[in-house]
Structures are given as C-alpha cells and as structure tokens.
Design a protein. Structure first.
Lengths: 432, 450
C-alpha cells in the first residue's frame, strides 16, 4: 500500500517587482544551499536555421559577464567548495549550484551579474571557442556513439520539421556554424530576463534571508517584456503506422514503438505514465517478461518517455533484439502486450507497484537538496505551482486502474504507433 | 549596464562533521552500522560482502558477476519473479553489484517499508535460487551489455586502459566479465558453488542510513541474526602491480573523435600520499579551470572536457587523463598534455592547492547529505580497507597538503616521462599524429584485445 500523504516541505514564494519569482525552502540538515535558476526557454524556442542556439547559449553563460572573467563563475564556486552545472532541454534551460551556506551571497551575485550584464563579455572569441566545444560535445554524445542519432529519428517521426519540438536540443552542425554573435545577443535580450526566470533556494537559509538576498542581488535588474509564445496545438495520433528503417554499425537491432501522448502535468499524462510503467519500467514488467524471459528473443525491453510541456509528450516502448531474432515477430509481440493492456488495464498489484515505486523515486528526488530545488523551479516555471511538488505523490497515487486502461486505450493503441527499426549494419570484426 | 552591489565575500559555514554511525556486531559476526539521518525518508541499506574477484577460480572468471546478478532473481522463500514483485510492492529497489574487492547489495526504500525490505535483502544473500535458466539469461544479457560498451569508443578505451596499466598476472587487469569467452564457461553449478563458498556473516558489514523508527536493530537481528555458513571461505585481497609501459592505438574505423587515456598505475586511499595526489589531480585536471581543461577546452576548443582522474583499487590504483578530441587535433592535444602536467617545470602553486583543498573539503558534506550518499560512501570506505573515522581523517589530510607535497606526489605518480597511452579511434587518421607527438603506438585492429 502506498501511504500517499502529501509531503510537507515548507515553501515560501515571492515575486520581485521586476518579475523574478523567488522560492525558498529552508532545510538546515547540512550547511549547504542549493541555488537553482530555470529560464523558461529551450530548444523549442529556436528559430529555423538556428537549431542548437539555446544550448550553445548556455555554454557562453559561463564565459563571463561585466564583473566576472571568462570561466570564473564555475571556477570560483568550485574553489569555494561548491558544485554546479547547467543543462538545456526542449522546454527549459537550468543553471544550478550547491554551495556552502557562507557562499550563498557570492553565488547569487554571480548569477545576477550574468542575468544583468552578460552582453559586455559576450565576444566573438568566446562564442567561437564554445561553438567548437559544443561541436565536440555533439561528436562525443551523438555522432561518435552507437545509436547516437536515435532521438533525431524519433523526433522526425513525431513532429514536422518546423514544429517547436521538431529538432534536437544539440542542433545541427550547419546551424551551430551559422550562429552569429548577433544571434546570441538577441537570444539573451529576448529570453534572459527576470520575468522569464524562477530562482529557488533550498537548504540552510531562512525565508527572510533568502528573499532579502534575492532582492539585494537581483532587485536592481530592470524588468523586460517576455515575448508571447504562439500556442502549440496537440498533434493528432499517428495513423498508418509511419515507419523509419535505418542501419548503422551498432551492436544489435533495436525496435522502438512511439506514440504521441498528452503533455506533462496533466492527469492523463500520469495515467499514461502508469501504463508505460506497467509495460516496461522494470525486469518484472510485461514487456521484459514477454520478450526477455519468455520469448528469449531480446536482451532488453522496456518503456520510456520524453515528457514535453506543450501539445504532446512522446511515449516509447522498445526492445533490443538478440542476434538472429526477427524484428517483425518482436514488433508483433510488443503490440500484443500493448493491446492487452489497452483492453484489460493493469492488475491491482501492478497499479500498487507503480504507485509505490513512484513514491520512492519522488522521495529520493526530494532527498537531495539540488534535485528538490530543481523540482520547485520546474513546477513553478511549467505549471505556476511549486506546492505541487508536495502533492505529487498523492496526485499520482490517486490514478485508478480504470483510468490507466482508458489512457492506454486512448493514447497507446497499436494502430496509433510509429515505428523506428534501428538495424545492425556492418560492424567490422568482433570487438573481442 | 546594471550596476551591481559589491562582490560578496565568503563566510565560513558552520562546522560540519560526518554523521557518525552506531556500530554493533551480531553474535554471528555481522557488523552493523546505523546512521540516524533525520528528514531522510528514503532509507538506504547496504550489505558489503568481503569477496574480492580474486576469489574466482582461474578458469571461471565472471562467476562473481553472474552470481551477484542472479541473487535477486528469486529466493527459496520468494521463488522466481515473486521476489522482485515483493521488493517492488514494498516501494523498494534491491540491487547487487560486484567490485574488484567486494560485493555490494543495496536497497533503498521509504522508511515505513523498511521491515519487509531488510528481510528480502537477507533472503537474496542467504537463500537465492540461482537457477540454471536465470544464470543463462544473465550470461546472455551481460554479453550483450559488454558488446554495447565495447561498441563505444569510450567503453573500449576504459577496458583497454585496465589492461594497459595492471600487470596481467592480477585479476584487476581483466574486466569483471573476465577475458573474452570466459563467461561462456560459467555454469549454474559454478554460480551456486561460488555463492556457497563466499556468502556469510564473517567480514560482512551492513550499513543502514536514514530517518528510522526505534527498533531498526531488532529488524536486522530478525533478518540476519541466524545467518551462518560454516563453508564460508576467506580470500586474501590481491596486491596488484603495474604492467610495463606501452602505447596502443586501437582501431575504430570511421570514428570522428578519438578517445584518449594516458595513465599511470598509482596508489590507493590508504597511501599517505593520497590527499596530496587528490589535490594535485584537482589542480591539474579536476577543476573546471584545471591546467588541462583550461587550455584544451576553454582556450583551444579541442574537447568537450579533459580531466585527470584517480581510480583507486583496494591496493594500488590508476590515475589517467580522460578526454575525446576530434581527429584533426589529437596530435596537438597529445603534444600539449605533457607540458600541462609538468610539475617539475611548473610546481603546483599555493593558490592551486588552496582552491583544490577548499573544493575537496567544502563539497564533502554534500556527498554525505542523503541516506544513500552515506550508505554507499561508508561501504566504499570500508571496502577500501579504511575505518569509520576515514572521512574526518581525509579532511585532515586535505588540510595538511602543501604545494611541495602536492607537487612531489604528482611528479612521482603522474610522471610525464612515464605512463601508458591508449587511444581508440580511426587508426588511419591517427597513427601519424601520434608518432609526430612522440608516441610509438602498437596499432591494434578492432577485433584484437591487448
């Protein structure tokens, strides 16, 4: 049984006159504070021909600002006993550091200086060097890695090329090369304003101190208008089973089934998530049992998703074939398992496992100051409601078996799938 | 431009000390350490078994890996998948893994469900089924995973580095899977025999961390108190030594980047030079603006990131540069690296020592801020042969490092005229640049193991 009681993290919120939303969650267990800033901008906001710009911009944010030298932001924080980083995704860019409590002022000052005064330091030289670094990142993570272009194929199956989610976060080499200094300056001016950001502090700080410090360092920044975004209409489910077949020197044939499902934050998305969990979260889930244990045709099988805020998320079922196994038969087995869930729904035991496993995962996320801060920033940015972090276990735990069945039948029907067959091309000799 | 307030100074944080555990020993010899961590609602339980990989029969390498993988595939009390279903129904996750010097079985669970989880963890260790069919499936899965690892340049380089640095007479020179083909020899009977000979309370340590109700020791006693195994063998830990120096260029045709590892057989955490090496490593290749990353990433744009890494074993260890570079700049990167690591010409400075020390000391509380952080951290220290005061001692050690001691450790252990090189990439594109950079690599075709 899940306990399904709300969490009780105290959450204090305030909005500065310039529009910056500030969240403080005091927790004095260790003398550290997690500082987390979400900017409500991601790869979905990039213009055609400028893919990868949001992420490239994240890199130049570490190249100094009016009062901070190139590389000094991170270097200074590390030398003060802090950790930190930044990430870019479809729907957001986040910057974060966990600092000893006595370093909080410095961390806020560094973040504020780059929010206020980045452009004087954003030079052609800095941009060019980070462009090369990002291209190396692309080679390392995608171009030189087996299956590294899987996400490209999955996005192309799901979205038209001009859709906000129709391209990868890393972008294309051509577009990275084309990004100009003027582009990066315009990107900053458009998106990096107090009203388009949420600042969260979790840890060894009181609400009063946190708000006073936020005001002291960010209060002097002028407000700027945040551009209106066009609404993103949900796409209709796939029809006619669109299919991409590709091959490359990879070690095994992979098969992906993909569905367009409701955007994150909705009750329907939670119901779909439980359906995916029943299908493929672990090694006793249905897909693994069928394909790895019973049929012994695969070395792995499961489900995953790409949660997105606008219009649709992507849901996936996948299988990694053993040598000599027929992908068509594997696809048939995957579809049969999905169809069985659509018609019969989860068992009560499966539903309970999904609920309580979510509870542990959520509690574990909240146990780390850094990830808890990221959850508060995220829920404030995406849904305007950081308190929802405290209610998530109850929300998720309230999804009933009939809702899961209905969600599966509505969103995960086999006939509404798209398919990616990633086939093993010539590998050369065995690796050993 | 916005006028900013003056740059804030840093205040010293309030003192922090490692959350000391309460240690007891059960009558059967199992050592139990409990860390009370208020507010940590997901509790973390970890069992260390003092079973090094050197306990494997020479012709059955990989048996320890297969045994650990199969522990959670069903017990006599919860046969087959009913075991994992019971674990999941408790909101828990239970995983067993092997290291070179010990086996870990870890469970994370919401505190309210601790009782069933401890019992399930004990079952997995004491009475696993270890059926032929499960062993067979895990062999296939491990081989598939291995194939996947070796298909990446980075995975291939990491495997080769171990071979390059450790004398082949030691188990630590080979993957946990053993050498090619080794896993194919391991049967269900081998797995059961390995388990029968190695499981037991002697030398084992159970670490529990989290926000506990009273009575956690009663649960431990109920689950583990009757654990006995008269057949439990003790196996001495091996003391590996270095392999002769070499350079290998492993062909990965068509690669657009090269994975580069330049490494040295070095020291473990019990060595008095460990804090010096850690500080030097941070300055040379750990910090964001370390010597390696500042030049090769931030100035040259040659790589997404270049680091110097310490990877200690129970005895000895290795230290290596880690980075990948586009083919066109590999030669120049390799030519620059020795000068960047040359502490004889450019000793580690007082400022570098201060920064590295403050980073290493300052971030320590964060590493032990969660229940799983404490459990995994303590198991790692115990597995390294260190005592319960290891964290405090390590902090003292960092505070004692001087520019001279850091430079001396680096000069000795990261010697630029020594070390072995492993490069994985397109040999046709890379052999010339490697030779131009002063290396004479043995070119290894893709299918050959060094």
């Amino acid at each position: 049984m899940t306990t399904a009681v709300p969490l009780g993290y105290p959450i204090h919120t305030q909005t500065l006159p310039n529009g910056l939303r500030v969240i403080v969650n005091p927790d004095h267990a260790v003398p550290f504070v997690a500082v987390n800033l979400w900017y409500d901008v991601g790869s979905r906001d990039e213009e055609p021909g400028r893919t990868g710009l949001a992420h490239l911009f994240e890199h130049v944010m570490f190249q100094g600002s009016a009062n901070v030298a190139s590389g000094e932001h991170f270097n200074t924080l590390q030398a003060s006993g802090a950790t930190g980083n930044a990430t870019t995704w479809f729907d957001r860019t986040n910057y974060f550091e966990a600092v000893p409590a006595g370093v909080l002022d410095l961390a806020l000052w560094l973040e504020a200086d780059r929010m206020a005064n980045l452009l004087p330091a954003l030079t052609q030289e800095n941009l060019d060097t980070q462009r090369e670094v990002v291209k190396e990142e692309k080679r390392q993570r995608y171009d030189n890695a087996p299956y590294g272009d899987t996400i490209d194929h999955l996005l192309a199956l799901a979205f038209p090329p001009d859709h906000p989610y129709g391209h990868t976060v890393i972008g294309s080499m051509t577009d990275l090369d084309a990004a100009s200094l003027a582009d990066t300056h315009a990107f900053f001016t458009t998106w990096y304003s107090p009203g388009n950001a949420v600042l969260t502090l979790v840890g060894d700080v009181t609400a009063e101190e946190g708000f006073a410090k936020a005001q002291a360092y960010f209060g002097g920044l002028p407000s700027r208008d945040v551009p209106e975004r066009a609404a993103v209409e949900p796409l209709a489910p796939h029809t006619g089973v669109p299919r991409t077949v590709t091959s490359a020197p990879v070690p095994a044939n992979m098969l992906y089934l993909q569905w367009l499902t409701p955007p994150r934050g909705t009750r329907a998305a939670d119901a779909v998530d439980i359906a995916l969990s029943v299908l493929g979260a672990t090694e006793v889930s249905r897909l693994y049992r069928r394909l790895v244990r019973d049929d012994a045709s695969c070395s792995g099988a499961g489900s995953s998703s790409v949660p997105l805020v606008k219009g649709n998320s992507l849901s996936l079922a996948y299988a990694r074939a053993l040598d000599g196994q027929d992908l068509a038969a594997i696809e048939e087995a995957l579809c049969a398992e999905v169809a069985r869930l659509c018609s019969g729904g989860p068992t009560e035991a499966e539903l309970q496992r999904a609920h309580i496993q979510f509870e542990r995962e959520w509690l574990a996320e909240c146990a780390r100051l850094e990830s808890r801060a990221d959850l508060f920033s995220g829920y404030a940015t995406m849904f305007g409601d950081p308190e929802r972090v405290n209610r998530r276990i109850v929300e998720y735990g309230s999804i009933r078996a009939d809702e899961v069945r209905e969600a599966a039948e509505t969103w995960l029907r086999p006939e509404n799938r798209a398919v990616l067959e990633y086939r093993r091309g010539p590998m050369g000799p065995e690796q050993w | 431009m916005v006028t900013m307030p003056a740059r804030p100074t840093i205040r010293q944080p309030r003192p922090w000390s490692f959350p000391t555990g309460a240690t007891t020993t059960l009558d059967n010899g199992l050592k139990v350490i409990v860390h009370e961590l208020p507010g940590q609602y997901v509790v973390s339980v970890g069992l260390l078994l003092d079973v090094p990989l050197s306990s494997e029969p020479a012709d059955r390498e990989g048996v320890a890996l297969l045994t650990a993988s199969t522990l959670t595939e069903g017990t006599h009390s919860h046969p087959g998948t009913t075991f994992t279903e019971a674990v999941e129904a408790s909101g828990a996750v239970v995983e067993a893994s092997v290291g070179y010097s010990h086996v870990h079985v870890l469970a994370d669970v919401p505190g309210a469900h601790l009782r069933p989880t401890i019992r399930l963890l004990a079952e997995a260790v004491r009475e696993p089924q270890l059926l032929d069919a499960d062993v067979e499936r895990h062999r296939i899965l491990h081989l598939a995973q291995l194939e996947q690892q070796l298909a990446t340049g980075s995975g291939r380089a990491n495997h080769a580095l171990r071979r390059a640095l450790v004398d082949p007479g030691f188990r630590a020179s080979r993957a946990k899977h053993g050498m090619p083909g080794a896993l194919a020899e391991v049967t269900g009977a081998d797995v059961r025999a390995h388990h029968a000979a190695t499981n037991g309370p002697r030398g084992s340590v159970l670490v529990l961390s989290g926000d506990f109700d009273q009575g956690v020791l009663d649960e431990v006693q109920a689950a583990f108190g009757s654990w006995e195994n008269p057949d439990q063998r003790s196996v001495a830990h091996e003391v590996p030594t270095a392999r002769a120096r070499g350079a290998w260029l492993i062909d990965r045709p068509g690669s657009v980047q090269a994975d580069v590892r330049w490494g040295w057989f070095s020291i473990d955490r019990t060595d008095p030079r460990w804090p010096d090496l850690q500080v030097a490593t941070n300055a040379l290749g750990g910090a964001y603006l370390s010597r390696l990353n500042r030049v090769l990433r931030e100035e040259k744009g040659f790589s997404y990131g270049v680091s110097l890494v310490n990877s200690p074993l129970r005895s000895g260890g290795y230290t290596y540069t880690h980075g990948s570079f586009r083919n066109e700049v590999v030669g120049e990167a390799l030519s620059l690296m020795p000068s960047l690591l040359d502490v004889a010409a450019d000793p580690v400075t007082p400022d570098e020592v201060a920064r590295a020390r403050d980073y290493l000391v300052g971030t320590t509380p964060l590493r032990y801020a969660t229940a799983s952080g404490v459990t995994v951290g303590v198991l790692s220290l115990i597995g390294a042969g260190l005592g319960p005061d290891a964290v405090e001692k390590q902090l003292e050690g960092y505070r004692r490092v001087t520019p001279d001691s850091a430079s001396a450790a680096a000069a000795e252990l990261v010697a630029i005229d020594a070390g072995s090189l492993v490069v994985v990439g397109d040999a046709g594109a890379l052999e010339g640049p490697l030779r131009a950079a002063g290396w004479e690599p043995t070119v290894v075709p893709a299918g050959v193991w060094i």
